[in-house]
Design a protein around this ligand. Structure first.
Ligand code: ZN
Length: 256
């Protein structure tokens, strides 16, 4: 079984389409949330995501754009993007956003867990091994996929519960690149596919991952991380035309 794992698309249709074009053959698509917010094509991204998606976990921007919670925790730029997004959404999309389930969700017969932020809280950022440590006792599956930080990679813990950072090592900065991580049966993993639509790990290319439950040595599971170039200028033009804050366009160019 091969699952395409997408997170933090954030209404960036140019990035999403480049990802789907580059994605290897897969059986299902798991979406870790923040389908909308920040970028300027929410309706197109919702439509495409619904077409392809087999499992969804909502993110904090999905929740805010759906009007389910306030935006007290949003900075002024993110808040303006939420307001703008709400004006763009048709009733059908709005209803769909409202009904997005919150994580953790365990697809694939309970093989893995999927969350937006952390196992405890969809708004929590897992950025360091200290953040990961708090998750160890709460993992119900050896593998948890998470998003929210917009940083590709994640964490692995050995049998003693010691956590290590995972970061795909890429060689080039221009082409489609992939990095294989063969998973060990004795370890626990917190894995972030990275952000499709607004990377923040200083690599502007769209990020995603593929999970294969039997591609590794001796039929063990494997996660492959990918980066793909996309038409950043097209995404930036949409932001300009929409009148969204300039900073949202600028950050796409530098991946932060
Ligand atoms: Zn996000």
């Amino acid at each position: 079984m091969r699952a395409l794992i997408l997170s933090d698309i954030h209404a960036n249709i140019d990035a999403l389409d480049a990802v789907l074009e580059a994605a290897p053959q897969h059986d299902v698509v798991w979406n870790l949330g923040d389908v909308v917010g920040y970028n300027a094509a929410p309706e197109a991204v919702i439509e495409r995501s619904r077409d392809i998606g087999t499992m969804f976990v909502r993110g904090n921007h999905d929740r805010a754009c759906a009007g389910l919670t306030g935006t007290e925790n949003f900075n002024p730029v993110a808040f303006r993007a939420v307001q703008w997004t709400q004006r763009q959404l048709g009733p059908d999309s709005l209803q769909w956003l409202k009904e997005m389930p919150s994580g953790p969700i365990l697809p694939a017969g309970g093989q893995v867990s999927c969350v937006h932020g952390s196992l405890l809280d969809e708004d929590e950022y897992l950025l360091s091994t200290e953040d990961a440590e708090g998750q160890f006792a709460r993992t119900r599956t050896p593998i948890t996929f998470f998003g929210h930080t917009h940083v590709q990679g994640g964490f692995a813990a050995n049998a003693a519960g010691e956590w290590f950072q995972l970061k795909p090592a890429y060689s080039d900065d221009k082409l489609v690149e992939s990095y294989d991580l063969d998973l060990r049966n004795s370890a626990k993993y917190l894995i972030n596919p990275g952000a499709v639509g607004q990377p923040r790990d200083r690599d502007w290319r769209a990020a995603f991952a593929l999970y294969d439950d039997a591609a590794g040595d001796d039929q063990a599971a494997r996660v492959t991380f990918f980066r793909v170039p996309y038409d950043v200028q097209a995404a930036q033009m949409r932001i300009h035309r929409a009148g969204l804050p300039e900073m949202l366009a600028a950050r796409l160019g530098v991946g932060r």
